[in-house]
Structures are given as structure tokens and as C-alpha cells.
Design a protein around this ligand. Structure first.
Ligand code: MUC
Ligand code: MG
Length: 375
């Protein structure tokens, strides 16, 4: 008998970051995750996570709205249903509920974890099978201080934990931001074979982007992520054809249909895949197929999820033949603590793909109780 879903619990979990993480739109001192515990009538549990950045600073879903919309609207559509087909269950959610992609991603993760545990296979197998067992993973320098960022990068290169770095810019005047980036690039040099990229998180208009990109190209920066507003596809397409330094589209592309629009508008660059933007690993991989068809280089992106959200994304990216720009699946490392028993394994400038059934993750109940929001 196929198991039936009996209970879906959502918990808000707040864990402080190891240092302030500064983006163009917010500075994070704590990360809030919505943890989903989905249970069936055979006593098995699937885990999911829905996470965003800075409350409502990054996107239209907040941790509180993710929890509330799962509890009130999405979970009732799953209770009593057979766990047989994850796609059928997601279709039920998509027909009844518009948007709420992070909430849907959290539920899809829990459904896949449950299915994998029942079948005794990792989530990567449910997604078609892993090609890779280790995924490259960069680190984001975002302390807001040039000297601190350089020291942090050098330490991580020496430890062999990361060799590629993304810098968060866009909150300061373009000249100051470019000077900060150029100083870091010069300090790391070519000898360390460190790739230095920037993420502007939509902060520039086109004229500022032209100025900024010319200077970043001159400084030897490898990639510029989402310099201009998400909806300005033509602007990003124009910029992508004007400079040699490549552009990575992030906030502008959530799913396969968005990627198609980017191709139609003549964009030429890379695509940041994120489970949270697409509504789960399955639609994120659909976006990957359209991206590859259009000749766009892929990048495994994050919304700074903890270990559960990061693990499911790693399972997904492991099924892709090539990640042209690597990945940024470092979310758990930005947090002071974790709620799982065996942390993900970061080494050799990347992270291992878990290969136990489901996500390959076990909750630490004591840690969960410690960090769970009480009010
Ligand atoms: C983003 O826009 O890429 C990813 C890494 C990070 O530091 O912030 C996120 C969001
Ligand atoms: Mg980004």
C-alpha cells in the first residue's frame, strides 16, 4: 500500500550568522528557515526547507508568509493524499495556489525526501541520477570591509575550502564598490587561481552598469551577477552583448519560461538556478534544460538556505552534466550552528553530494528545539 500523508508541521528556526552578511538591499545577522516535517501513515518523515533573505527585502515571500501559507493553504491539499507521485502532488498545489514558490519548494523537498527514504535511494536518483559526487562551491565575501574580506579569502584558500569568491556590491557609490573589488582581486592575484565575481543584486541602472562593468572588466573580474533590475530583460540583454565580462542572470530568471524569454530577448550569459525561485528542484532542473538549449552557462545558486535546502539543491545540481560557473551552496557555513546531526562535507573547494536515502540528512532534535522560534 502506498503511504498516505497524515501530518505537515512547519517550524520557524532562527540561527545567527558567523558575521554580518551585507547585500545591496539588507544586512543579515541571523538567518530564518522554515523547516517542514511531513509525515505519513507508515511513520516515515520527509524534511523540507523554505528560506529567503532579509524578511521581505529580497523577494515577495517572508519566512512568516511561507509558514502561514503552507499551514493555511498548501498543507490541506496534501493531507490524506497518496505519496505515490510527487509531480501529481505539485500539480495539485500549482492549480490551487498562485506563486509562493519558496513554500512550494519546501514541500517538494519534503515529498522527495520521503519518497527517497521509502525507496531507499538518494533524492538525486529520483531526479534522474547523479553524474557528480562532488560539486564546486564558492564563498561569498560580504563583511562590507575590504581588509576583512581579503583576510577571510586568504584563510579559505589556504584551507582548501574555497578558491572562488563572489563579492556583494551595490550599496555604495559605484566608484567605491569597484575600488573595493579591485583591491580584493589584486590581493588574491592570479597565482591563487582565485576567481573573483560580483553580485550587484539589481542595484544599478543601465548607465551606472555601463560604468561599473567597464571598470570591473578592467580589474579582471570574471562575472557580474544581476547588475540591473530583475524585470529589465532588454537592459540585461544589451549589457550582456556590450562587454566581454559575462553576466549572470539571477533575480530576473526564476523558471524555464523566464529562461525562454531571456533567450528571445537576445541575452547572452549565465543563469543562476535556484530551487527557491523555481518552486523546487524539479522545476529548477527544467530551467536548466532550457538554459542549456539556449547556450547559457549554468550556476547552482542559493537563497542562503541551511543544510536541508542546500542538500536538496546539491542533489539536483549533481544530475547536471556541467555547471559552467560552479555553485554557491555554502549556506550552512554562514550559520553559527546547524540543526542536523551530520553536517554536509565541504572540502577541496566544493561539497560532497549526500548519497544516503532521501536527502541523506538526520535532524538533531535538541538543536532544533534550541533554535525554533517560540512565540
Ligand atoms: C543572491 O542574490 O545571489 C546568494 C549568495 C549570497 O550571499 O546571497 C545570495 C543571494
Ligand atoms: Mg544573486
Amino acid at each position: 500500500m502506498t503511504p498516505k500523508i497524515t501530518q505537515i508541521e512547519t517550524l520557524l528556526v532562527d540561527i545567527p550568522t558567523i558575521r554580518p552578511h551585507k547585500l545591496s538591499m539588507t544586512s543579515m545577522a541571523v538567518q530564518t528557515m522554515v523547516i517542514v516535517r511531513l509525515k505519513d501513515d507508515q511513520g516515515c518523515e520527509g524534511l523540507g526547507e523554505g528560506t529567503t533573505i532579509g524578511g521581505l527585502a529580497y523577494g515577495p515571500e517572508s519566512p512568516e508568509s511561507i509558514k502561514m501559507n503552507i499551514d493555511r493553504y498548501l498543507a490541506p491539499l496534501l493531507i490524506g493524499q497518496s505519496t505515490d507521485s510527487v509531480r501529481y502532488l505539485m500539480q495539485r498545489l500549482n492549480v490551487a495556489v498562485k506563486g509562493n514558490m519558496i513554500a512550494k519548494s519546501a514541500l517538494q523537498t519534503a515529498l522527495l525526501d520521503l519518497k527517497g527514504k521509502h525507496l531507499g535511494v538518494p533524492v538525486s536518483t529520483l531526479l534522474g541520477g547523479a553524474i557528480h559526487s562532488h560539486i564546486p562551491c564558492l564563498w561569498v565575501l560580504a563583511s562590507g570591509n575590504t581588509e576583512k574580506d581579503i583576510a577571510e579569502a586568504k584563510e579559505l584558500i589556504a584551507a582548501g575550502r574555497h578558491c572562488d569568491f563572489k563579492l556583494k556590491i551595490g550599496s555604495r557609490p559605484v566608484e567605491e564598490d569597484v575600488a573595493h573589488v579591485a583591491a580584493i582581486k589584486a590581493a588574491l592575484g592570479d597565482s591563487a587561481s582565485a576567481s573573483v565575481r560580483v553580485d550587484v543584486n539589481q542595484a544599478w541602472d543601465e548607465a551606472t552598469a555601463v560604468k561599473g562593468m567597464a571598470a570591473l572588466q578592467e580589474a579582471g573580474v570574471d562575472l557580474v551577477e544581476q547588475p540591473t533590475p530583475a524585470k529589465d530583460i532588454d537592459t540585461l540583454a544589451r549589457l550582456s552583448n556590450k562587454f566581454e565580462i559575462p553576466i549572470l542572470a539571477d533575480e530576473g530568471v526564476a523558471d524555464a519560461k523566464d529562461v525562454y524569454q531571456f533567450a528571445k530577448h537576445g541575452f547572452n550569459g549565465g543563469i543562476a538556478l535556484k530551487i527557491a525561485k523555481a518552486g523546487g528542484p524539479i522545476p529548477a532542473l527544467e530551467a536548466a534544460v532550457v538554459s542549456e538549449s539556449a547556450g547559457f552557462g549554468l550556476y547552482g545558486g542559493t537563497l542562503l538556505e541551511g543544510s536541508i535546502g542546500t542538500a536538496v539543491a546539491i542533489h539536483a545540481w549533481s544530475t547536471l552534466p556541467t555547471l559552467r560557473w560552479g555553485s554557491e551552496m555554502f549556506g550552512p557555513l554562514l550559520l553559527q550552528d546547524d540543526i542536523i546531526k551530520q553536517p554536509l562535507r565541504y572540502h577541496n573547494n566544493g561539497v560532497d553530494v549526500p548519497n544516503l536515502p532521501g536527502l541523506g540528512i538526520e535532524l538533531d532534535e535538541l538543536k532544533l528545539a534550541e533554535y525554533q522560534r517560540k512565540d
